[in-house]
Design a protein around this ligand. Structure first.
Ligand code: SAJ
Length: 438
């Protein structure tokens, strides 16, 4: 009887394994590079042929993966890309790193995971380890991945191994990457935990095994629900402080002096990105099917999604003090990315602020050093304006929505007449402008 577990452990330990990665995005590509770097033969699969040809030319399209790190791995043959699942047939391990977005109804869109699972099932063979990394609801691995792999004599734990390991890639993070971010792993069987641990150990400094795939799926959802709920809490604090005439930024700063039992979060114009606004809804969706209402998640979402409206109210009230209506006013939006110092506008609250200002009849433009243009409703495109004294002076108000470090806040305060600051970015800066903070 072949001992597939020992065979796999041996191949991982000797770094002779062949590893397939499905989805060469901001999660899959950094993982592929780290695996290739430790000596595995890595095949990255992506449905986008342009990405595949760029990777095989040794050229990166992910900012966190510099081309000069990628190219040597491609040239040495440790990393190549393909659009064909047939090329994964002789892999020892396949890691699935595909998107798990939300539908408009805030229900999970599992189509990418289902497509990947069905395709991997076609190349599944005795001795294969399959790992799902996509953020998803507890139960996905057992209910979607395992049944698709079990066919023609394949048995999980005996000759096929299945695990879940949440991705913890934080795009743009200069401190934490794949290697130094602990990797949580949960297996369908104890043997699956052993082999998935052996897969990652050469590539990450610390592997954190948990007792099941559902526990591992839940770890990620706790991490990001923790953020969404605390951001919702501090956004409500900002609303309450405004009612009380108290400076929320001063309150948070002073509360942060507590050396234990407190962790600062900061109010803002809303919740952006492809993780925090989305992941908690995978959990609340799952619990609804179990007749439980995840109230914290729903309440946080309600508060976070209303923040762009709160910002509009701030702008309207600030203009009102100048005897101006929002309708017909020129408003400059500073920053369209969903958080500072990145170019990603996915779910960015700046898009909501921009749209709501236009809806109220304002003449809106934006300036963002990281975002050259954004798509607007009705197939329009807005282009980033150069941050000039003339542009600033021409605005009846400018709204700081993303606190990029690249902005010169003294220059902004010097040339704008009214600044609505939703990020406390102007703290410590001075100029002629009147400043209204969240
Ligand atoms: N935000 C606030 N107030 C805060 C923190 C964030 O309004 O105090 C807003 C941001 O402006 C942004 C949104 O929330 O619009 C999400 O911000 P984020 O700091 O959570 O950044 P993300 O979405 O890039 O989250 C990722 C996550 N990483 C992974 O899922 C692997 C998250 O778990 C990380 O904690 C986070 O990066 C990070 O710390 O940078």
């Amino acid at each position: 009887m072949t001992d597939y577990k020992t065979q796999l452990l041996d191949r991982f330990n000797r770094r002779e394994a062949k590893v397939g990665i499905v989805g060469m995005g901001y999660v899959g590509l950094p993982l592929a590079v780290e695996f290739a770097r430790v000596g595995y033969q890595v095949i990255g699969l992506d449905v986008n042929a342009d990405k595949v040809s760029r990777l095989n030319a040794g050229s990166s399209y992910i900012p966190d993966v510099p081309t000069d790190e990628l190219r040597p791995l491609v040239e040495s043959g440790h990393l190549r890309a393909t659009t064909s699942y047939d090329d994964l047939r002789d892999c020892d391990a396949i890691s699935i790193c595909v998107p798990t977005p939300l539908r408009k109804t805030k229900d999970p869109d599992m189509s990418y995971v289902l497509a990947a699972a069905d395709a991997v099932a076609q190349v599944c063979h005795p001795g294969l380890l399959v790992v799902l990394e996509s953020t998803t609801y507890p139960g996905t691995t057992e209910e979607i991945i395992v049944p698709r792999l079990m066919s023609n004599g394949l048995e999980v734990g005996r000759n096929v191994f299945v695990a879940f390991s949440p991705e913890r890639v934080d795009p743009g993070n200069q401190v934490y990457g794949v290697r130094n971010t602990p990797k949580v792993v949960g297996g369908v069987t104890p043997a699956s935990v052993e082999v998935v641990t052996a897969l990652y150990e050469p590539a990450v400094e610390r592997v954190v095994p948990v007792s099941s795939t559902a526990a591992a799926e839940m770890v990620k959802l706790l991490e990001n629900t923790f953020r969404a709920v605390n951001i919702g809490l501090v956004n409500e604090m900002a609303i309450m402080c405004r009612r009380l005439g108290v400076d929320v930024w001063e309150v948070i700063e002073a509360a942060s002096s507590k050396p234990f039992g407190f962790m600062p979060f900061y109010p803002g114009p809303g919740l952006g990105g492809h993780c925090i606004p989305i992941d908690p809804h995978y959990l609340s969706w799952r619990l609804r099917a179990l007749n439980y209402n995840a109230r914290f998640i729903e309440l946080a979402s309600e508060i976070n999604t209303q923040m762009p409206y709160f910002v509009i109210e701030l702008v309207m009230n600030a203009l009102n003090e100048d005897g101006k209506a929002l309708r017909g006013s020129k408003i400059g939006v500073l920053g369209m990315a969903y958080k500072r110092d990145i170019d990603d506008v996915r779910e960015s609250p700046a898009l909501d602020v921009y749209h709501l200002l236009e809806e109220k009849g304002a003449e809106v433009s934006f300036s963002d050093p990281h975002v050259p243009s954004v798509r607007l409703p009705a197939d329009r495109v807005a282009h980033s304006q150069p941050l000039t004294a003339e542009w600033l002076a021409a605005q009846d108000a400018v709204v700081i929505v993303t606190d990029h470090r690249a902005f010169d806040y003294d220059f902004i305060l010097e040339h704008a007449r009214l600044v609505v600051d939703t990020r406390n970015a102007t703290k410590g800066h001075a100029g002629r402008a009147r400043v209204v903070r969240l």
